[in-house]
Design a protein. Structure first.
Length: 133
């Protein structure tokens, strides 16, 4: 009787495997350096997906950074004012390939500085990477 019960219970399991959704690609960090002579970004090219910009303002005045498509359009992100010798961080999810402009505004004096980052094809998922959320 016990053997028959065990056999019946073992037949109750499901054989279909559940559908899994791949994890998104791991975010990439880009560094942005602002000084009195301009803006630089490193690396200048990245694959599509989540990108975190880590910005340092080494200029002598307060700066803000906005990220927008190079062809024109609304800004995807804006840091707000960054004091001299301070840092800021902003994350943008790039879904479209192409060029993007990183432009500063220095508190209203009208002289902005610009750098460009190129976004390529999508990154692969982070499914087989350790220590990912």
């Amino acid at each position: 009787m016990l053997a028959v019960a065990a056999l019946v219970l073992s037949a109750c399991g499901s054989t279909s495997s559940g559908a899994t959704t791949p994890r998104p690609a791991a975010p990439v960090n880009l560094t942005v350096y602002i000084d009195n002579s301009g803006v630089s970004v490193s690396p200048a090219s990245v694959s599509a997906g989540a990108v975190t910009f880590i910005i340092t303002n080494q200029a002598s005045q307060t700066e803000s950074l906005s990220i927008a498509p190079a062809a024109g359009g609304n800004a995807l992100a804006n840091t707000g004012p960054i004091n001299p010798q301070a840092t800021a961080q902003v994350t943008v999810d790039f879904s479209n390939q192409g060029g993007y402009s990183l432009s500063t505004g220095d508190g209203g004096s009208g002289s902005g500085k610009t750098a460009t980052v190129h976004v390529g094809g999508a990154r692969s998922s982070s499914d087989n990477q350790l220590l990912q959320p």
